[in-house]
Design a protein around this ligand. Structure first.
Ligand code: FES
Length: 124
């Protein structure tokens, strides 16, 4: 009986992950080396994040986990916004879902630019 219940309970109550504990990450990037209209994926704990430099030159960061079925999103320079290839989902440069099946915006993070480093944080 225990052999049957244990996997079910572990599935229903997942273990605390490192991702949920990570509140910020320092990226080894110089802000002035990131071209406008580009995006790049980085690790935020166990989950991917995406750092975007908008065509206007602002740096923004979001969770790269699509809010539909958790595929990793990417930046599309040809569209100048964030895109999910799994089901053709589109997010604007504020992370707002603008087309596709996803139910809500991407989680957004704060970005602080330091000397040769960029710090991305949750909750600011
Ligand atoms: S998982 Fe991203 S649109 Fe479906």
């Amino acid at each position: 009986m225990l052999a049957v219940l244990y996997p079910v309970v572990r599935y229903v109550i997942p273990p605390a992950s490192a991702e949920s504990a990570a509140r910020s990450v320092a990226l080894d990037l110089a802000a002035d080396e990131i071209e406008p209209n580009t995006g790049q994926i980085f690790r935020f704990g166990t989950a991917p994040g995406i750092l975007v430099r908008t065509p206007a030159g602002e740096l923004r960061a979001f969770s790269a986990v699509c809010t539909h079925l958790a595929c990793t999103v990417q930046y599309r320079p040809d569209l100048s916004h964030i895109w999910c290839a799994c089901h053709n989902g589109h997010f604007d440069l504020n992370g707002i879902n603008i087309a596709g099946p996803h139910p809500r915006p991407l989680d957004s993070y704060s970005v602080k630019v330091g000397d040769r480093r960029i710090v991305v944080s949750k909750g600011d």
